[in-house]
Design a protein around this ligand. Structure first.
Ligand code: ZN
Ligand code: ZN
Length: 419
C-alpha cells in the first residue's frame, strides 16, 4: 500500500485563539470553513505545502470533538493518509490484525471514501484512511456541427506523472485541478473523436490493447471500458471508418491504430480505413532519439505502411469535407490539430496542444513537449481564435470535460463545458 499524508486534524477549543496562532502568528492561509453537519464539526483547512492542517471546531456539545476536548484538552486529533484504494487498504490492515473503527469504508467530505483505524492499533494515534473522489467521464457524447455529427468516444484512462504533465508549473498550483495519486500520477482520459459527414473519420484511437502488464502498471492503464465498447455504443462498426487521422504517433494516440490478429500478426484495426499521418511526424516516429523513444512504439504504425493503408500528408490541408489539419508543432515538431467546420460553426480537436482543460493558462505546458516555446506560440494563437470564433474545443485527455468553449472576460480565461 502506498499512502501520502493528506492532513493532520487538530481539535480546537478556542477558534479565535487558534486563528491568532496559525493564521496571524505563523502567517498561514486559512481556507473558508466547511460544515460537517453529521459530525457537528466545522473544519478550517490550512494548506502547508503538499498537505494541510485541519482545525476542528465543535458546533454542538454532543460532537466527538467537544467530547475529545473535554477529556483531553485541545490538540492533535487524527492524521489522514490518502490511499489509492481504501477497501484494499482496510483489507490489508485487517489481514495483519489491525483494529478498525470502520470495517467498511464510508462516505467522507468532498465525495471521498474514508475509514478510521482504531488508535489502539496505531500507537495511540487516530488514523483516517481516505480515497479521494475520482470523477471520470467515459461517456459517448454526440454533438451536431452544421451538417456534421461529432461523436466523442473513449479508450479508457491512464496515468502520467503530474509534474511532467504541467512542466514548470509547481505542484501547489496544479494539484487542486488535477489530484495526484500516491505515485504522483494524475488521471488522463483517451478520447478519440468520430466525425460523420460525407465519410466517417476517426481522429486518434487511444492506446489499444497490445501493451503488456508491466507497461499497464507503469502507466496505470484502465481500459475495462475501451474504444471497442464506446464505438459499439456509438453505433459505429470498425469497418465503417473510412479515414483514421493521427494528431501525432505517441502511443496514447496511435496505439489503437493496429491490433494483433488470431495468427499473432499485427494488422490495421480499421480494415477499410486509410490512415492519414503527417509526413514529418512519420519521419520522427520512425527515427526516434533518446528524448522521444519511450513515446513511439513502432507496432502502432509500421504495420500500416506494410498493409499499404498509410497516406502521408505534407502540409495543412482538407482531409475530408469539413475537416482540415493544422500543424501546431511544440509537443512534437509535426503535431497537428483537426479543425472542423460546418454551417458557420467551428470545432477543434486539440490533441496534445491543450490536453486537458487544466492546461488553459498559456504557461501550463507539458514537460513532455519537445519545443515548449513553440507550444506557447501555437496555444496563444489557438486560444485567441477559439475565443473569437466560439470554437467547440475537444480535450482528448481531460478525465471529466469532453468538450468546452473557451471564454475570456476581463483578462480572465475560463471554460464553459458544452452540454
Ligand atoms: Zn503526445
Ligand atoms: Zn497524449
Amino acid at each position: 500500500m502506498r499512502a501520502v499524508l493528506d492532513h493532520i486534524g487538530i481539535a480546537v477549543a478556542d477558534l479565535p485563539a487558534a486563528l491568532a496562532f496559525y493564521r496571524d502568528a505563523l502567517g498561514l492561509e486559512v481556507e473558508p470553513p466547511e460544515e460537517v453537519a453529521s459530525q457537528n464539526v466545522r473544519a478550517h483547512f490550512v494548506p502547508v505545502g503538499a498537505s494541510r492542517l485541519e482545525l476542528l471546531e465543535a458546533t454542538a456539545p454532543e460532537s466527538a470533538i467537544a467530547k475529545y476536548v473535554e477529556k483531553r484538552g485541545p490538540g492533535l486529533h487524527h492524521i489522514t493518509l490518502r490511499v489509492d484504494d481504501v477497501r484494499a487498504a482496510v483489507a490489508q490492515l485487517r489481514a495483519r490484525g489491525a483494529r478498525m473503527i470502520d470495517e467498511e469504508p464510508r462516505p467522507g467530505a468532498e465525495g471521498s471514501l474514508i475509514a478510521f483505524v482504531h488508535p489502539a492499533s496505531a500507537h495511540g494515534v487516530l488514523v483516517e484512511l481516505k480515497q479521494a473522489r475520482q470523477e471520470r467521464n467515459d461517456r459517448v457524447t454526440r454533438y451536431t456541427l452544421g451538417d456534421l455529427e461529432l461523436i466523442s468516444v473513449c479508450d479508457g484512462f491512464f496515468h502520467l506523472d503530474g509534474g511532467s504533465m504541467f512542466g514548470v508549473v509547481p505542484k501547489t498550483l496544479w494539484e487542486p485541478k488535477a489530484p495526484a495519486d500516491s505515485r504522483n500520477r494524475i488521471t488522463l482520459a483517451m478520447r478519440p473523436l468520430i466525425v460523420r459527414g460525407v465519410r466517417t473519420m476517426l481522429i486518434d484511437a487511444g492506446l489499444g490493447d497490445k501493451e503488456h502488464a508491466t507497461f499497464c502498471d507503469i502507466y496505470g492503464v484502465e481500459r475495462a471500458r475501451n474504444l471497442d465498447d464506446t464505438l459499439a455504443e456509438a453505433g459505429v462498426a470498425p469497418d465503417q471508418i473510412d479515414i483514421v487521422l493521427a494528431s501525432h504517433l505517441h502511443f496514447d494516440h496511435a496505439g489503437g491504430f493496429t491490433m494483433r490478429g488470431a495468427d499473432g500478426r499485427l494488422r490495421p484495426r480499421f480494415p477499410r480505413a486509410q490512415y492519414v499521418v503527417r509526413r514529418g511526424e512519420w519521419e520522427d516516429a520512425t527515427h526516434p532519439h533518446a528524448r522521444n523513444r519511450a513515446s513511439y512504439l513502432s507496432d502502432n504504425y509500421l504495420p500500416l505502411a506494410a498493409a499499404g493503408v498509410l497516406q502521408l500528408v505534407d502540409d495543412d490541408q482538407t482531409i475530408m469535407p469539413g475537416v482540415k489539419v493544422r500543424r501546431t508543432g511544440g509537443h512534437t515538431m509535426h503535431h497537428q490539430v483537426a479543425v472542423i467546420e460546418s454551417g458557420g460553426k467551428t470545432a477543434i480537436f486539440a490533441a496534445d496542444l491543450m490536453p486537458t482543460a487544466a492546461h488553459l493558462p498559456d504557461a501550463w505546458i507539458m514537460g513532455f513537449d519537445l519545443y515548449p516555446v513553440d507550444t506557447l506560440a501555437a496555444k496563444q494563437r489557438f486560444v485567441e481564435e477559439a475565443v473569437a470564433a466560439k470554437t467547440l474545443v475537444f480535450f482528448e485527455h481531460d478525465p471529466r470535460v469532453t468538450a468546452a468553449y473557451i471564454i475570456e472576460q476581463d483578462g480572465k480565461r475560463s471554460i464553459q463545458p458544452a452540454s
